[in-house]
Design a protein around this ligand. Structure first.
Ligand SMILES: Nc1ncnc2c1ncn2[C@@H]1O[C@H](COP(=O)(O)OP(=O)(O)OP(=O)(O)O)[C@@H](O)[C@H]1O
Ligand SMILES: [Mg+2]
Length: 263
């Protein structure tokens, strides 16, 4: 693909007080790539996603998203082009809101804002996305009554509603049971393989959650990139062990990964 990179970070630091949340980050995501970001608690994964979502500015360095450089662009114009799901955003959804409306209202970005009328295109797209993410049967129920797995799928459908050019998923597998995780992985696999789907970045702690069809990985530890690049080159025993500070045995079978403490 010859278009601009979707995400380009050069020499990026994020500093709060004395603490470097991120240090010296160089990272490029192209439109046809699907990235997984792995790292332990506190590594800086959510901070990295906040930058990629135009929700935060770097302290130093340059972040260019969809051809627009942060600091030189109106972020309110940029944000609707980027879909984001995270636990923090889920908390901002009103528990009493009808699930169908949670998806439908996403086109009008700001959480809680309401439009009195939606056009046929919006309604059709919301229905299609709810079908795709398996939440059509819950359309009329309040969001607060859904299970964790259902909420995660509603959030992804909502993030896709404005047809974003970049989709950022911060730990969509957290809190899911085994069946829920496998269901999510297979839906994410379909999305990853779809030629017209947006560029995707998935943050997780678990290599078991890497959907087949993902192409690249970035390993983060203590705010710094351990290694980044094509998935097979990056998700290795050595690099994962270094990232998590623990000797790990890593295996790949049928396009799926597993990791456990080395014997
Ligand atoms: N405003 C702040 N001031 C100081 N430290 C902060 C601030 N915000 C975040 N941090 C710290 O920065 C580090 C990185 O946070 P971040 O949320 O990006 O990590 P993470 O990789 O997403 O972790 P987790 O896997 O637990 O979600 C953490 O140690 C966090 O406590
Ligand atoms: Mg996080």
């Amino acid at each position: 693909m010859s278009s601009d990179p979707v995400v380009e970070m050069q020499g990026v630091d994020v500093v709060r007080g004395e603490t470097h949340l991120l240090r010296g980050i160089d990272w490029t995501v192209e439109a046809d790539q699907r990235w997984v970001v792995l790292g332990p608690n506190g590594a800086g994964k959510t901070t990295l996603l906040q930058l990629a979502a135009a929700q935060m500015h770097p302290t130093r360095g340059e972040v260019t998203l969809l051809g627009e450089t942060l600091g030189a662009v109106d972020v309110f114009e940029l944000r609707p082009r980027i879909g984001l799901t995270s636990a923090a955003l889920a908390q901002r959804i009103e528990p009493g809101e009808r699930t169908g409306d949670v998806v439908l209202s996403a086109g009008y970005a700001v959480v809680g804002r309401w439009r009195e009328r939606y056009d046929v295109h919006d309604l059709t797209r919301a229905a299609m996305l709810m079908q795709q993410w398996g939440v059509t049967p819950m359309a009329h129920r309040p969001f607060g009554t859904l299970s964790e797995g259902e909420r995660k799928r509603v959030q992804i459908a909502r993030a896709l509603m404005p047809d974003p050019e970049l989709l950022l998923l911060d730990e969509p597998g957290a809190g899911l049971d085994l069946g829920g995780r496998e269901d999510l992985v297979s839906r994410l696999t379909d999305l990853a393989r779809h030629a017209y789907a947006p560029a995707q970045v998935l943050v997780t702690h678990h290599v078991e959650e890497i959907p087949p069809g993902y192409t690249h990985a970035l390993l983060l530890r203590g705010g710094e990139v351990v290694t980044a690049g094509p998935l097979e080159q990056v998700v290795t025993q050595e690099a994962l062990s270094e990232t998590f500070g623990l000797a790990l045995q890593v295996q790949r079978a049928d396009g799926r990964w597993t990791a456990r403490r080395a014997a």
